[in-house]
Design a protein around this ligand. Structure first.
Ligand code: PGA
Length: 241
């Protein structure tokens, strides 16, 4: 895995933006997997700026999101559907039909996951996958477990993830306990992967990621098997390396 250590969060966001913008210019019909959470917010803000000031063109770009809470209404301001519209999609010229997220409103989550996986396969694979990492080592909602699932699936969130994500909700009881997530195999199929990491709370998991050990206790450690991963992290996240 290629590792780039930046001074701070702003530089992580800037470098992530440069990489994505360059790829969009080179391949205007690029297929990207996008992530939510605090980490990519700065990058999305800068992509919006590049669209508004420099005309970065998203009209041919196709996006697929990594995960979504389940069940959740798209109108809920904590849904990832809402997050993506709020932070990126409403501010750029992406075509609505080119945006894909797992549907947290689906009455049949198993079918939703199977359909999502099929739709990704029919799209012919993605060019770049943006990822964050949880303090517990999760990617998407592939949580530390004895075994990891390959395909998109419905999963239970761990207590740790519910606690960590409760910062976005009024009450911890409001945090959904399940999610729809791309599986480890879905993630690993991307041609390239861009993992953004910031903050000293991530330093212990970053140490595990680069420890040379692959374990289902740290789902992100499987990224070591992919041959085109760029990890952009700030000095605080890299402080235990
Ligand atoms: P964060 O979440 O960017 O809000 O830290 C990352 C994740 O849980 O994957």
């Amino acid at each position: 895995m290629k590792r780039i250590i930046c001074k701070n969060y702003d530089e992580v966001s800037l470098l992530g933006t440069d990489i994505l913008a360059k790829q969009i210019k080179q391949n205007p019909k690029i297929k990207m997997v996008l992530a939510t959470g605090s980490t990519p917010v700065g990058m999305y803000k800068k992509l919006v700026e590049m669209h508004k000031k420099n005309g970065l063109n998203f009209s041919g770009v196709r996006t697929f999101n990594l995960d979504e809470y389940y069940p959740i209404k798209k109108s809920n301001d904590q849904s990832y559907d809402f997050f993506m519209r709020d932070n990126l999609f409403s501010h750029i010229n992406i075509k609505p039909e080119n945006i894909h997220l797992p549907n947290g409103e689906s009455a049949d989550p198993e079918k939703e996951c199977a359909d999502y996986e099929k739709m990704l396969a029919q799209a012919g694979g993605v060019d770049i996958q943006v990822l964050g990492i949880g303090v517990n080592g999760h990617i998407g909602f592939n949580e530390p477990e004895n075994e990891l699932k390959l395909a998109t699936h419905l999963t239970n969130l761990t207590k740790n993830t519910i606690e960590v994500n409760s910062r976005f909700f009024k009450n911890i009881k409001d945090v959904p306990t399940k999610a729809l997530t791309m599986g480890m195999g879905t993630i690993m199929k991307a041609k390239s992967i861009l993992l953004l990491i910031s903050g000293e709370n991530k330093a212990p998991v970053v140490k595990k990621l680069f420890s040379g050990v692959v374990t289902t206790d740290v789902p992100a450690s499987f990224l070591n098997f992919h041959n085109d991963v760029t990890v952009i992290l700030d000095e605080r996240a890299a402080s235990l390396l």
